[in-house]
Design a protein around this ligand. Structure first.
Ligand code: ATP
Length: 480
């Protein structure tokens, strides 16, 4: 629901997770900055994905390609010609809308069956690129816009989503200096396919993973970090023998869902959505959708990209993009030279952060009839929480801060700790709950006598005494 969504956005700002970019200048549309806690959370997700792909899987290696690429890359990939969304302008208000967003937004206001019917008609028209039909659909449903009354629409047009900028010079020739900010990280993988394969002596099937920024000039930027103009992708291209794409596509659907479930999110919060309209490069594609407070929406795409990209790079660059497969096929002959097929898994880091925030955020009423009380808690999996351990001396005197600082010195090289001695313990616990710290340790006078401390668990709020010496290992084990 939208109340929860708004509450999460405010919470993110108040507790140092996410701020609007350049906020002192009233922000920049669909651009956000991660604060002290948000950047830790994001880094933990990034590291978790990276380890899962490049360390725990067979035969996948990582790269880090540049954001700028030779402009021909984007001709070969089809992005110059095809990476666009249909849009429409309101002639009176001069407002621009993405056609699918406009129709989807309207469908949400309709009774369920009628809304679904409208979406189905839209998807058919989009797949057929029937722009006149889309305009008609918009007009026939009298879709509302910011200005009430009759709306004066323009025709539906394509709008390319790539940002461009200028280099000093690309080829040395005048006028040939336009470069794009990459709209996906995948192409950095494709152009390096042979570099990695040869230098790493990789044998098919193998994968190349990459995490990095991507940029899209989204027409209607909305919904917080769900749709940004600058965002981060975690992509993996898996190179396979032609003809095996169906099996590998299913394999990666299953594998990726396992990863999602390993975030501690139940299966019922996810669903697969098969694409009706396939992107220009795909022969099969689906999304993994998560049930956000704003409804089920895409977090990750899994695409069977055929040999589309490598074949086009071979054509445009005139460099062979082939692999020699020495393995013997069923006909007794080696498979020999071919352009590999590709299965891609592509997940948005920011959308994953938003998913984790949505799943973790909980407002709890802890009050009794005579004593109202509540808390906001972020129930992140311990391994992803920005801060793992809060270290809190009960008072600022009697040697308690010194013991706490010793614990801090012992633990901080292993995981992220936060030390605080101000305010009551209750208030300090609440602040740790609000950023999702799974464990707090309180050092009190008894610690000096018997070497025990109070550990307090974020989710249950239960407390127990454990030996001071056991703290580091306990937390370390819980965050693995
Ligand atoms: P959408 O339909 O929501 O525009 P898409 O299908 O164009 O997304 P892909 O091109 O498949 O997205 O990109 C892969 C992933 O990158 C998406 O699943 C999403 O998590 C992320 N992503 C794409 N565009 C954005 C964006 N503007 N802001 C944040 N994340 C994005």
């Amino acid at each position: 629901d939208s109340n929860k969504f708004q509450a999460i956005i405010s919470h993110c700002k108040e507790y140092g997770f996410i701020f609007p970019s350049s906020e002192i200048y009233d922000g920049l549309s669909a651009v956000y900055d991660y604060g002290q806690n948000g950047s830790e959370l994001k880094k933990n997700v990034r590291d978790y994905w990276w380890k899962w792909m490049t360390q725990l899987q067979d035969n996948i290696v990582g790269i880090d390609a540049a954001i700028f690429m030779h402009p021909t890359t984007w001709k070969a990939s089809g992005h110059v010609d095809n990476f666009s969304d249909p849009m429409i302008d309101n002639k009176d208000s001069k407002k621009r809308y993405r056609v699918d967003h406009l129709i989807e937004g309207f469908a949400e206001t309709l009774p369920e069956a009628e809304g679904a019917e409208l979406i189905a008609s839209m998807e058919k028209l989009l797949a057929a690129e029937d722009f006149a039909g889309l305009k008609q659909l918009i007009e026939s449903r009298k879709i509302k816009c910011a200005i009430s009354g009759t709306v004066n629409w323009t025709d539906v047009r394509q709008f390319n989503l790539m940002f461009s900028t200028e280099f000093g010079s690309v080829s040395g020739e005048e006028g040939d200096n336009m470069v794009y900010l990459r709209p996906e990280t995948a192409q950095g993988i494709f152009v390096n396919f042979l570099n990695v394969q040869k230098s790493g002596r990789m044998k098919i099937p193998f994968g190349i993973a990459q995490i990095g920024k991507a940029f899209r000039n989204e027409i209607v930027a909305r919904q917080f970090i769900f749709r940004m103009r600058e965002f981060e992708q975690m992509e993996m291209q898996f190179f396979i023998r032609p003809g095996t794409q169906k099996e590998w596509y299913e394999f990666w659907k299953t594998e990726r869902m396992k990863w999602h479930l390993s975030l501690g999110i139940p299966e019922s919060r996810y669903r697969f959505h098969d694409h009706v309209k396939l992107a220009h490069y795909a022969d099969a594609a689906c999304d993994i959708e998560y049930d956000f407070p704003i409804g089920f929406k895409e977090v990750e795409g899994i695409h069977s990209r055929t040999d589309f990209d490598l074949k086009n790079h071979q054509e445009f660059s005139r460099k062979k993009m082939q692999y020699f497969d020495p393995e013997v096929g069923p006909d007794g002959k080696p498979y020999g030279n071919y352009i590999p097929y590709v299965i891609e898994t592509s997940i948005g880091l920011d959308r994953t952060v938003m998913m984790l925030l949505s799943e973790a955020y909980e407002e709890q009423d802890l009050g009794t009839p005579d004593k109202p009380d509540s808390r906001v808690v972020l129930r992140f999996p311990a391994k992803l929480a920005p801060v793992k351990l809060g270290i809190l001396p009960l008072t600022k005197k009697d040697g308690l801060p010194e013991i706490a600082q010793e614990l801090m010195a012992e633990c901080r090289s292993v995981f992220k700790c936060f030390y605080e001695e101000k305010d009551t313990i209750g208030k300090r616990y609440r602040r740790m709950d609000a950023i999702g710290t799974p464990f707090c340790i309180t050092i009190d006078h008894q610690t000096k006598e018997d070497g025990t401390v109070t550990i307090r668990y974020r989710d249950t709020m239960e407390q127990e005494r454990i030996p001071l010496k056991a703290v580091k290992d306990l937390v370390d084990k819980a965050i693995q």
